[in-house]
Design a binder for this molecule. Structure first.
Ligand code: BDP
Length: 728
């Protein structure tokens, strides 16, 4: 009787628990929702009820808290987490899970355990049974506490998603050494290209007030393998390097440390001038070099594990070495020298282009950086965006990948959806990330994929960095759109293992986020997998790019012209009475020459280039016949229309899930899909009406003809659209 009452109480408490945590998305993929079926509950309980946690560190304390939280949420039990020295420890008897570094308790003493972790590095882990056994307690071991951290989160993820342990044994280590979020957060708490509220960094109240959200942020990142964060905008403010701000920064670093997360800052190149009145910021000037060395010393005194600097220099108005007649290598090496004694790194961005140079913007970064190959210090990495323009819904891979074999290259992805519908659109980005990672540069030969270049394996580079521009803000659900969480999640998962498929990542995320049944999960998966292509279709099909509205980049703006040509749309689509597209073949800007011959040859010919890149590289007549047999004009119309239809389908598919997923989440996403449909129609209508002025051809009968008035679309203004800096 007593036990039955106990069980009823537990169930009631669990329900109350879920009620208290309304499904507002705050808990991300770490919900630890009650395990639904009995069999799974038994399996999970076997693992989590009695745990032996060997060793002590701040990270161990984190593990203890997390395991307790998981057991309480999933099973309603208070897990017993023993420390070494307890009875039964030597044989591991009575434990479902034993966690520790080899040698950290009697059970993990044997040489067998040491061998298990060989070659796993500082973050890898082994999960399985005691060497030579196929049963007994589950063992999680690693060389360092951070390995235990990633192993624990992996285990909890699989237990939550599948109600079972992962396939064993498991030997895991990350593909990229540095897996970093880049926050474009300003010190006034606005977030450049941020669509989820204001910055989560409460600078004014730091260092004394520690918002509990900082720890939740660290947990979330650690749970998906992210091990670093650049907390300030690349359009940098030197103030963050002052003693007053460094105290605040140090407080954040202290919260992140037990979670294996190192903190990085953006360095404004002329900080020595702005902060201390030096006459120059010339990287070869002795005084300037000493200034940075002293600054590094000061930072490391406050934050011993400070990660290093991220720098945007000589780009979009940011100062850089070229202001002083020096080059990017001079600038990067000066900073690298300052942080090298402490093990710090410098991430120097390749996103440089200038309106003064009369060269296709897509070619400029390559032109500037390739001659510097081999001139950067070992602790410098050149951070390259996935494509040569700017995070468009679809871009070919950046030609710098493969072109600087003697330099470590980082890949910068954009998690925030600046050009993919911001936070009103559902866009699952793992397919976009993967498309770039899997691209074969053919430099120096077949199989030289972007992922192998960036993870360092192709050219034997130690330093490997995957960076993602964050989509996090202080909105209750962190990312504005609930599905934005899936992009943060995918970034982390791909940073750990770039071979996982977007489908597999989405499946995990869906189970963790919605905990729904299999058929609902597969409907959600279909929506996610269709979403990115839908956006490409209704905004920039067939390789069109950079035709969004000016400044805030919200909505269509194919008519944008005037001012800096490389910030207009007409510069990129080049529509005229003859046709449309940017000729980047040898007859045009010859950007194709920056790619390997295999690629250049295939892409130079409109008949052999993958159609998704057609207008990126070719200016073609409106009557050019595409793969489908339609003319280019017809195909363009059909794709714009197809994108809209896809969103209509996504909306319907989501509506059908009513009652299958949590009500609060269902309503929020449903409302946003209504907005997305309006925006998709707006893109299609505006772009097709605009381009039809040049094509002078009728809309094909098979599409829904665009509605509205072009003038009205052109007059739309959004003075307070989010994510924009006032001076843009
Ligand atoms: C563009 C953004 C701009 C950023 C820039 C960058 O529109 O706000 O500052 O990239 O990456 O996508 O530096």
């Amino acid at each position: 009787m007593k036990t039955i009452r106990g069980i009823i109480l537990v169930i009631l408490l669990l329900q109350l628990g879920t009620g208290l945590h309304a499904e507002d998305g705050y808990r991300l993929w770490l919900r630890y929702a009650p395990v639904k079926d009995h069999e799974s509950a038994v399996r999970v309980q076997k693992i989590l009820e009695n745990i032996l946690l060997c060793g002590e560190s701040d990270t161990h304390a984190v593990l203890r808290k997390e395991l307790k939280r998981a057991a309480e949420g999933m099973l309603g039990i208070d897990a017993a987490i023993g420390a070494p020295g307890e009875a039964g420890e030597g044989a591991g008897e009575g434990y479902g899970l034993i966690i520790g570094i080899p040698g950290s308790c009697r059970y993990l003493d044997g040489p067998g355990f040491k061998r298990l972790v060989e070659g796993l590095g500082s973050e890898g882990y082994y999960m399985g049974y005691e060497p030579g056994k196929e049963r007994g307690p589950l063992v999680l071991t690693a060389n360092e506490p951070s390995g235990l951290l990633y192993g624990t989160f992996h285990l909890l993820r699989v237990l939550q998603a599948h109600g079972n342990v992962p396939e064993l044994p498991l030997r895991e280590s990350p593909d990229f050494r540095f897996r970093l979020l880049n926050h474009w957060d300003n010190l006034d708490r606005t977030v450049e290209r941020g669509y989820a509220g204001f910055s989560i960094w409460d600078w004014h109240r730091l260092p004394d007030y520690i918002d509990p959200r900082y720890e939740d942020y660290a947990r979330a990142n650690a749970s998906i393998g992210i091990n670093g964060t650049v907390i300030t905008n690349v359009n940098a403010n030197a103030l963050v390097l002052t003693p007053e701000y460094l105290k605040k920064v140090a407080a954040l670093a202290g919260v992140f440390r037990p979670y294996g997360i190192r903190l990085y800052l953006t360095a404004r190149f002329n900080a020595p001038m702005e902060l201390d009145g030096l006459e120059t910021a010339d990287p070869l000037d002795r005084e300037v070099r000493d200034w940075w060395k002293e600054k590094a010393r000061e930072i490391y005194a406050a934050i011993p594990d400070f990660g290093g600097f991220l720098v945007k220099a000589n780009s979009e108005g940011q100062p850089g070495p070229q202001n002083f007649g020096r080059n990017h290598a001079d600038g990067a090496n000066m900073l690298a020298e300052a942080v090298a004694p402490y093990g710090g790194i410098v991430m120097w961005r390749a996103f440089v282009y200038s309106a003064e140079i009369e060269v296709d913007r897509a070619k400029q970064a390559y032109n500037e950086f390739v001659p510097l190959d081999g001139q950067f210090m070992e602790n410098v990495v050149i951070q390259v965006k996935n494509g040569p323009i700017d995070f468009q819904p679809r871009e070919p891979f950046h030609p710098l990948f493969g072109s600087m074999p003697n330099t470590a290259l980082a890949l910068e992805l954009q998690i925030t959806q600046e050009y993919l519908g911001q936070a009103t659109n559902l866009a699952y980005l793992a397919p976009l990330f993967k498309e770039c990672l899997d691209s074969d540069t053919h430099k120096p030969g077949k199989g030289a994929t972007v992922s192998r270049i960036v993870d360092g394996s192709l050219n034997g580079k130690e330093l490997s960095v995957l960076a993602g521009v964050s989509n996090i803000g202080n909105d209750r659900n962190w990312t504005g759109h609930l599905f934005g969480q899936s992009n943060w999640y995918s970034f982390g998962r791909l940073g750990w293992d770039h071979d996982i498929s977007p489908e597999a990542i989405a499946q995990e995320w869906i189970m963790l986020t919605f905990g729904c049944d299999k058929s609902s999960a597969s409907s959600i998966l279909e929506i996610m997998m269709a979403s990115r292509e839908a956006i490409v279709d209704y905004s920039t099909p067939l390789g069109l790019h950079h035709i969004m509205a000016r400044g805030h980049h919200y909505g269509p703006g194919p008519w944008v012209s005037g001012g800096r040509p490389d910030w207009t749309s007409v510069y990129y689509h080049r529509a005229d009475s003859m046709g449309i597209g940017f000729d980047r073949t040898e007859h045009g800007s010859n950007a194709l020459a920056q790619y390997a011959p295999e690629i250049r040859d295939t892409w130079s010919d409109p008949a052999t280039i993958p159609e998704k890149y057609l207008l990126w590289f070719h200016h073609l007549p409106w009557d050019y016949v595409t793969e489908s047999g339609n003319t280019l004009w017809e195909e363009l119309c059909i794709r714009y229309d197809r994108g809209v239809k896809k969103v209509r389908w996504m909306k319907q598919q989501w509506e059908d899930l009513e009652g299958e997923v949590d009500h609060e989440k269902h309503t929020a996403v449903g409302s946003l899909l209504n907005i997305q449909l309006k925006e998709a129609e707006w893109w299609r209508n505006a772009c097709l009406l605009y381009f039809s002025q040049f094509s002078q051809r009728p809309f094909p009968g098979s599409i829904q003809a665009p509605e509205g008035d072009l003038d009205e679309y052109m007059k739309r203004r959004f003075p307070y659209a989010p994510g924009i800096r006032p001076r843009w």
